[in-house]
Design a protein around this ligand. Structure first.
Ligand SMILES: N[C@@H](CCC(=O)N[C@@H](CS)C(=O)NCC(=O)O)C(=O)O
Length: 344
């Protein structure tokens, strides 16, 4: 009999896009894991709570016989690259790896606006999301308590839509951007099956995570998705478990393939996410609590977020760390997409 390796433990919820991103990544990377579907509650007595409680939370040995709670899917993905060999989700080529960072960041920080917006903005969607959130967290709830809890969550989340910038003016910007993304992914996946070639990267898992909700759970965006692309909808089921894939180094896009395949996605990121990141960072620098800008020709208002100012800094640091040749290639790929504004 073989002895199994102790699994890496994490806590999350099926309705959390970042939990889904990480569980699918762990499966693809064949990292033994144990997920606790406890929706924010420590899975067992004595399990630590992170400084900023977020889903998913990973539990790592703290070196003193206890556990340390670690959050944030993007750095966790990089940490796992160092801890587990093979089946990497980060492209080897620095130019492609930089594009991976940019697309992953867009999925985590912009596409999540669509996720939150579609989940709570339209009545049909929040009537669906409220009970789902309750039963994901407490599947044995009695129906009366579940209804009370669901009504309370729905009200709270509807009242918080402004936090991600969703309101009657921005609704069109968010929804049009989602529709364009589905068309763009439909064409992109036809090249080699994944965003950066014939094997998945952390950008695929980030997009997948948000789409496990948008394209499946929320009735309005799920209907938009299948009306535009059964391919994208089917891709999510494949992404769910890529443990059988046999990725090869040569599966990543070459520079020419990347140029041909990625410009529509980069143009979408430049159209909506770049102006958001720049306006947010400016507001954070000026110590302003909220900001007004224009995205895709329409007014955009939302509270400023220090975390997303850090995202811009990390992207700029990554751009700065490239060699002159690599940066030249990246700048060539970004030229005319609107993303170049992030690095000027
Ligand atoms: N940057 C974090 C974001 C994680 C995040 O925002 N998770 C959401 C759920 S999907 C959360 O925990 N929100 C606070 C809450 O639900 O209490 C990551 O990539 O892991």
């Amino acid at each position: 009999m073989t002895k199994t390796q102790a699994p890496l433990e994490l806590m999350g919820a099926p309705g959390s896009p970042y939990t889904r991103k990480m569980v699918a990544l762990l499966r693809y990377r064949r990292i033994p894991y144990a997920v606790h579907w406890t929706s924010g509650r420590p899975p067992k007595p004595g399990y630590p709570v992170p400084k900023v409680p977020l889903l998913p939370t990973f539990y790592y040995p703290d070196g003193q016989g206890g556990l340390e709670a670690v959050t944030d899917s993007t750095p966790l993905t990089r940490r796992l690259e160092g801890e587990y060999e093979g089946r990497s989700a980060i492209p080897t080529d620095p130019v492609l790896s930089f594009l991976n960072d940019l697309i992953e960041d867009y999925a985590d920080e912009w596409l999540t606006k669509a996720m939150f917006h579609f989940r709570w903005y339209h009545k049909a969607d929040h009537d669906n999301a409220g009970p789902m959130l309750v039963y994901w967290a407490q599947n044995r709830s009695d129906p009366v308590a579940a209804k009370q809890f669901s009504d309370a969550i729905s009200k709270r989340q509807f009242d918080r839509l402004y936090v991600v910038g969703s309101n009657p003016v921005t609704a069109k910007t968010i929804e049009s951007s989602y529709e364009r993304l589905i068309d763009i992914l439909d064409a992109l996946l036809q090249h080699k099956g994944y965003v950066l070639g014939g094997r998945p990267s952390s950008a695929d898992f980030a997009l997948y995570g948000q789409l496990t909700q948008l394209a499946i759970i929320e009735p309005t965006s799920a209907a938009i998705t299948i009306a535009r692309s059964y391919r994208v909808r089917a891709w999510l089921d494949l992404m769910d478990d890529l443990s059988g894939l046999d990725p090869q180094e040569g599966d990543w896009f070459t520079a020419d393939e990347a140029r041909a395949a990625l410009s529509p996605l980069l143009a979408e990121i430049g159209r909506v996410y770049a102006p958001f990141l720049l306006a947010n960072a400016k507001a954070v620098m000026a110590g302003e609590k909220s900001f007004d800008t224009e995205i895709d020709g329409l007014a955009w208002t939302q509270p400023s977020f220090p975390y997303q100012a850090k995202c811009l800094k990390w992207l700029r640091d990554g751009h700065g760390a490239l060699s002159d040749n690599e940066r030249g290639s990246v700048d060539g790929l970004l030229q005319g997409t609107g993303c170049e504004s992030l690095f000027q």
